[in-house]
Design a protein around this ligand. Structure first.
Ligand code: AMP
Length: 205
């Protein structure tokens, strides 16, 4: 089965790769970041609670994201597999996940910090899910759907540094955690989106 975790720093390209895997393998793309942002947009209680953590580049408390993922994985479309993007981010989350689902692949998309900072501070988003970088895309509307692009509030240089610190301290230990479980595969995330996707297809086949 293809029950996949995409690990990696913010800006490693997990979201872009998850979208490609979703399309090719017909698996649901589950992003806790997207789920939290949707709650913020809908002004739910959960969104109001999560916003202060997200804006500061901190992690939202474990139990909040664990229950989002646990509920989502119960849905029928997850029976044949799924892609987790941005979850788990702590050992505590990984241990909770292990209680409600098995995992087949943990793919660590490796990118050095300098590249992360450049990618994230130049990243522009479209609400259709497509992302761009200002160095290679000059328009302010999406080429796919025509909507206006925007910058995520937490995609500024200062918050990126905080998110990287959080990543190294709280999420990176998952590399050893999943290596010990013989699940981890590391790929070079500095390559082009297509090349990274090729490496992922080689792993999943
Ligand atoms: P992302 O879109 O994955 O970069 O997530 C954006 C923000 O949402 C993160 O910086 C965290 O504040 C929060 N978040 C997303 N996923 C998690 C998670 N698994 N655990 C805790 N916080 C999360």
């Amino acid at each position: 089965m293809n029950r996949i975790i995409l690990l990696g720093a913010p800006g490693a390209g997990k979201g872009a790769q998850a979208a490609l895997i979703e399309e090719k393998y017909n698996l649901p793309h589950i992003s806790t970041g997207d789920a939290l942002r949707q709650n913020i947009k809908d002004e739910t209680e959960l969104g109001k609670f999560a916003k202060s953590f997200i804006d500061k580049g901190e992690l939202v408390p474990d139990d909040v994201v664990i229950s989002i993922v646990e509920d989502r994985l119960k849905k029928d479309d997850c029976k044949k597999g799924f892609i987790l993007d941005g979850f788990p981010r702590t050992i505590y989350q990984a241990e909770a996940l292990a209680k409600f689902s098995d995992i087949d692949y943990v793919i660590d998309v490796e990118v050095p910090d300098e590249i992360v900072v450049d990618r994230i501070s130049g990243r522009r988003m479209c609400s259709c899910g497509k992302t761009y970088h200002i160095s290679t895309y000059k328009s302010d509307t999406c080429e796919k759907c025509g909507q206006k692009l925007y910058q995520r509030k937490d995609d500024n240089q200062e918050t990126v540094m905080d998110r990287l610190k959080v990543y190294h301290k709280q999420t990176e230990p998952l590399i050893d955690y999943y290596t010990d479980k013989d699940k981890l595969v590391t790929i070079d995330g500095t390559k082009s989106i297509d090349e990274v996707f090729k490496s992922i297809m080689n792993i999943l086949k």
